[in-house]
Design a protein around this ligand. Sequence first.
Ligand code: PLP
Length: 408
Amino acid sequence: MIKINENFLKLQASYLFAEIKNRTAAFQEAHPDSEVIKLGIGDVTRPLPRACIQAFHKAVDEMADAKTFRGYGPEQGYPFLREKIARHDFQARGADISPDEIFISDGAKCDNGNIQEIFSKDIKIAIPDPVYPVYVDTNVMAGRTGAHNQGRYDGLVYLEGSRENGFIPDLPQEKVDLIYLCYPNNPTGATISKSALKEWVDYARENKALILYDAAYESFIRNDELPKSIYEIEGARDVAIEFRSFSKTAGFTGIRCAFTVVPKSCIAYTGDGEGQALHALWYRRQSTKFNGVSYPVQRAAEAVYSEEGKIQTRELIDYYLKNAALIRQEMSALGFECIGGENSPYIWFDGGSDSWKFFDRLLEKAGVVCTPGAGFGKCGEGFIRISAFNDYENVEKALARIKKQLNS
Ligand code: PLP
């Protein structure tokens, strides 16, 4: 008899975006003449930078000629891309990362989800609340949690975010082995200072723990005091894996290109306490289960680091940051104490009521879709996430409507 992985049955229906879609569709059906503005989902809306498109086209043409055609690429990704990443994203900021510590992939989501395969079943995992759900669900699927119980999975250590701590959780009271951190944060938009991040790195070093650092939104950081990479923190090379993506940096959500950094000095332990390099394990995992990102996509990603590419991607992020600043300014003027919206595309605030009630009010009265914070965890209850990924004109229009409704 074929049996299923029963851990999948523990998963809670991921109803957040499905429910948003259903409620939005019902509203649109009831009000066919009203235009709904979506500031809910975290997907980009602007086209790819010109430099990326040109490199993409050129690489596609290379595939049409026997002399320049390429089949399977190198397992970790092409050196031309890994060298640019190491130089521009890390070494230029004083972070000692080399090209052979970078693994090109087709998404930070898959890497964040797959990485848990290289760790033991019986580790203690610390997860922020609210959280990007991939970290939790992939560990549930792998059997590292108990049942779902009153909004939480047994066996996980939840790192609570709140208005008081600015959604930068305190270090755990109990000893944990694996820690998920994400800054700039999805969903809260919070950013972490170097000194606060150093506390986590020190914790990991003292406890033989490992940090999984999701920096998918690092390109939104404009305050140079803030760390873009965890490797800007002394000692992080030995205790942290970092995830990056071209999705938000250069509008690649539909193109698919990302990378994971596994420093060669980063170790975890066997049951006997013997240190093992995680680089070798991840290399083995990826070369067994993954066959790389297409050549034209890697060339398009490389163009992000050209002189034109740098200017154009900066302009792209500036565009969304301008939206974010406007949302933050207007929501603050309405009396909501906002987190994020600076160095981040997300604005997070306490709506003063049940998250879904606020969502319905915004949809029905203003025709604006946001994301209820409750969908990201227990600590998100009452909060609202507004995303800056839309056209500026739409953001202006949405805010004018929100202002009118909430003031009336
Ligand atoms: N990590 C975080 C925190 C995200 O919010 C997202 C996407 O929304 C991802 C990773 C996924 O990135 P990718 O498109 O590279 O899979």
